[in-house]
Design a protein around this ligand. Structure first.
Ligand code: FAD
Length: 401
């Protein structure tokens, strides 16, 4: 087996999937993650300002399946199907809108549960080493060397590899460093809305609402959504302009706001719990990033949010990051096989072939990821506002039958 190695920066959803893919193709993998290992019981609730659960779609499952159908099956076991949206009107009336006439659907999955499965899968290869509490400090791409700081000891260390993968999220340091090497077109935009999460506990050991829907309370310029969890709770997320968050300062004001806009959800959450969470839970900002290229020579590539952070309204940020990993693998394998090799070990790519694969990846992928970033933005208007008129039209249509 040819010796090829990769350093992956970021052990989030995309970095851990990338570690599995490279390992499957024979690469020696060193993954560096600045946080603790979420699989350790004492760090198991480390979600850090991100959604507790996520919608995983066929795009995400496809990437898991290509890696290992058993892994896909394991994630499907953790996921709760959501066959449509449930629109909650102000008067409490609920309207179901199926996602697809043939039953295609999205699924709710816990972020931490998913990441644990992926880290375990990466760990199962003896040639993968996971380094937690190691933060990337700098990269010298041409020397193919990453410099990291060990948070336990404070010491810096260098890690060298044939390829450096940046899967270090929306504020990627790998991307920042790459910008100094290539003529990268780049934009970063914050939208004027933020978000805050709330929990809706089970009632009498049962889901408080239908678990097989993504629940939406569309209210024009803002909205509440809820996704089901395996413990029969829901995680609700309020998306709203910052100026409105700023106006709600006291518990009474929060209750007044929920009572006026989401009375049915407030009854299910309970005033006390909602108030405590409004005061305690962080309010997150929403940013999107576009950049091109996503690669530097045959030395580096950025994947996932590092290359294309998007607003969450299309539920595709992680799914799209998983697809990045799948596409990169497809292109690397096709490049190898076009050279006449029947091997599936992409470690056998020559330097020139690796360059050609990364060039092709960047040239084809950036247009797709830019498009999905735009679609995600458009879908906010759809979710918080257009669904109301759609449900109205649908009702009218049904009344006419
Ligand atoms: P991240 O998850 O950000 O992981 C990056 C990792 O890199 C982190 O673990 C971080 O600690 C580490 N890191 C960062 N810097 C360094 C460094 N210097 N050194 C070492 N490590 C570093 N997507 C969906 O597909 N479906 C959804 O339903 C969905 N809902 C969402 C809801 C909300 C509210 C939000 C905010 C996002 C949502 N997303 C959703 C998007 C999804 O969360 C992201 O697209 C996904 O997490 C991206 O994964 P990633 O691995 O690229 O980046």
């Amino acid at each position: 087996m040819a010796e090829r190695s990769v350093v992956i920066v970021g052990g989030g959803l995309v970095g851990s999937l990338a570690a599995c893919y490279f390992a499957k193709r024979g690469w020696k993998v060193d993954l560096y993650e600045k946080r603790q290992d979420v699989r350790q019981p004492e760090h198991s609730c480390l979600v850090e300002h991100r959604s507790i659960n996520l919608a995983i779609s066929e795009r995400g499952f496809s990437a898991l399946r290509r890696l290992d159908p058993l892994l896909e099956a394991r994630v499907r076991e953790l996921a709760i199907p959501m066959h449509g949206r449930m629109i909650h009107a102000l008067d409490g009336k609920q309207t179901s809108q199926a996602y697809d006439v043939f039953g295609k659907h999205i699924n709710s999955v816990g972020r931490n549960a998913l990441i644990r499965v992926l880290l375990d899968a990466a760990d199962s290869y003896s040639w993968v080493t996971l380094h937690f509490r190691h933060e990337l400090v700098d990269v010298d791409f041409d020397a193919r060397r990453a410099t990291l700081r060990n948070a336990e000891t404070g010491h810096q260390l260098d890690s060298s590899a044939d390829l450096i993968v940046g899967a270090d999220g929306a504020y990627s340091r790998v991307r920042q460093r790459m910008m100094t090497k290539v003529m990268m077109n780049y934009s970063q935009t914050y939208i004027e809305h933020g978000y805050c999460e709330f929990s809706m506990a089970p009632i009498n050991d049962a889901f408080a609402m239908d678990p097989n829907h993504l629940h939406i309370w569309p209210r024009g310029s803002f909205m509440l959504i809820a996704l089901p969890n395996p413990d029969k709770s829901f995680t609700c997320t309020l998306f709203m302009p910052w100026r409105q968050f700023d106006q709600i300062k006291t518990g009474d004001e929060a209750v007044g706001f929920f009572r006026a806009n989401f009375p049915d959800a407030l009854d299910l959450m309970g005033e006390k719990s909602m108030c405590a969470e409004y005061a305690r839970n962080p309010k997150g900002s929403l940013v999107y990033v576009k950049c091109t290229p996503h690669t530097y020579k045959n030395c580096a590539v950025i994947l996932g949010d590092a290359a294309h952070a998007m607003v969450p309204f299309y539920g595709q940020g992680m799914n799209c990051g998983f697809e990045d990993v799948e596409k990169l693998d497809e292109i690397m394998l096709a490049t190898l096989q076009a050279s006449g090799s029947e091997s599936t070990e992409t470690t056998q790519l020559t330097d020139e072939q690796l360059l050609s694969a990364l060039d092709e990846y960047s040239a084809t992928r950036a247009a797709d990821t830019d498009a999905i970033v735009d679609l995600a933005l458009d879908n906010y208007v759809e979710m918080r506002s257009s669904v109301i008129s759609y449900s109205y039209l649908l009702r009218k249509q049904l009344e006419g039958i």
